[in-house]
Design a protein around this ligand. Structure first.
Ligand code: PRP
Ligand code: URA
Length: 213
């Protein structure tokens, strides 16, 4: 595992919120709220290296040189369904970001991902893209999503992957397939179980977000 390309956002507030999120008795409403709150912290870290330009500002007191964000505009790309839970958190940081959607489900037997929907902003190849999905398990869904974006001429250097919980297996697979893609997660868990679920994890993120358990 390449520790340089992996950012674990282990702020005490994140660890506290994640402990609550993992509880199997937490209802969908609270689950959604916590995913939203944790996403803001993960997104804060993922946007730490945004380029800045100098601008002149006149305050009520004096003229001053300050800094504002420049460079590529942003796009958020949730992997459906569970990635939808992370969109509002990123939009609260970058309200003008455009949102593209990739629909993907994992075959429960083979764990292979299958794409069923793809709709991007028309200028996606010119944007900094944050792919969001709460779970990085085998890594198959994230890898397929990134490859779908690359087919639309998005450079992997312009893609970051943001999640709540990552398995070491998923991090290794994603880094092996696309080493340029930086990974931001609230937690690096222990392993995958024989059913491809993250341990300790938080269960099926889509079902918990949308109450389809
Ligand atoms: C979950 C999760 C990821 C994927 C992760 O989605 O939200 O997209 O599994 O697993 P992987 O890393 O092994 O590919 P799921 O297929 O359950 O679809 P859903 O979000 O519609 O429930
Ligand atoms: N998808 C989930 O929603 N949870 C896991 O633990 C693994 C894949």
């Amino acid at each position: 595992m390449n520790k340089e390309g992996l950012h674990i956002v282990n702020h005490p507030l994140v660890q506290h919120k994640l402990a609550i999120l993992r509880d199997k008795d937490l209802g969908s409403k609270d689950f959604r709220e916590l995913v939203d709150e944790i996403t803001v912290f993960v997104g804060y870290e993922a946007t730490r290296d945004l380029p800045l330009k100098e601008v002149e500002v006149e305050t009520p007191i004096t003229k001053t040189t300050q800094k504002m964000i420049t460079g590529k505009k942003m796009a958020i790309v949730p992997i459906l369904r569970a990635g939808l839970g992370m969109v509002d958190g990123i939009l609260s940081l970058s309200p003008a970001a455009k949102v593209g959607h990739i629909g993907m489900y994992r075959d429960e037997e083979t764990l292979e991902p299958h794409e069923y929907f793809f709709k991007m902003p028309s200028d996606i190849e010119e944007r900094q893209v944050l792919v969001v999905d709460p779970m990085l398990a085998t890594g198959g869904s994230a890898i397929l999503a990134i490859e779908a974006l690359m087919k639309r001429n998005v450079s992997p250097a312009d893609i970051k992957f943001l999640c709540m919980v990552a398995a070491p297996e998923g991090v290794e697979a994603l880094q092996a397939a696309h080493p340029e893609v930086e990974i931001y997660t609230a937690a690096l868990d222990e392993k995958l179980n024989e059913d491809g679920y993250i341990v300790p994890g938080l269960g099926d993120a889509g079902d918990r977000l949308f109450g389809t358990l």
